[in-house]
Write a protein that binds this ligand. Structure first.
Ligand code: ZN
Length: 178
């Protein structure tokens, strides 16, 4: 069996209070299996954190020590529970017409949004004007017009091997082999 420190490195929420982990699970499950939007999930998380704070369960900054700061967003909750799948998925900009796949780097260095395939009328990206940030000028960001998502075999195998049942199955096989 894995040591608890290794489990905590795989699932960061194991380094947090049991009450917080339960809150994270409730927030994530209602978002994934229910109909909670990202905003609804964030509000649910904040309500739970407020309750735990009222009960003086949450550690103060000085007591926190090696503990993580409680998650404030749904994205962080999923990362702490290792339910975020984005790191196992590659997203590539794709032409809206001929579906030619580009890399993010190619998209950033293109001189125009037009697809580079001869006679293709499709585009690769759209430009979005970002809101002005404190002290920074308004920035124009390139957003892929269409995205092709896939999971490379290396990342798929990594994700598969991280599953608990896979670990147990491997142990059973090694026991049978001896
Ligand atoms: Zn094209």
């Amino acid at each position: 069996m894995r040591s608890s420190s290794l489990d905590a490195s795989l699932v960061p929420a194991l380094r947090e209070l049991a009450g917080l982990r339960l809150l994270y699970l409730q927030v994530a499950s209602v978002n994934i299996f229910g109909s909670d939007t990202v905003l609804g999930s964030t509000n649910r998380l904040q309500d739970g954190l407020d309750l735990l704070e009222l009960m003086n369960v949450l550690p103060t900054a000085s007591q926190a020590g090696s503990r993580l700061r409680p998650a404030q967003t749904l994205a962080t909750v999923k990362k702490r529970l290792r339910l975020d799948t984005d790191e196992f998925i590659v997203q590539s900009p794709t032409c809206t017409s001929c579906y030619k796949v580009y890399s993010m780097e190619q998209m950033q260095t293109m001189t125009s949004p037009d697809c580079t395939v001869k006679r293709c009328k499709g585009i690769v990206y759209r430009e979005k004007c970002m809101a002005e940030d404190l002290g920074r000028e308004r920035e124009v960001k390139r957003i892929p017009a269409k995205i092709f998502c896939y999971s490379p075999i290396e990342k798929t195998i990594t994700r598969f091997l991280l599953r608990k049942h896979q670990e147990n199955a491997s142990q059973l096989k090694s026991l049978k082999a001896t």
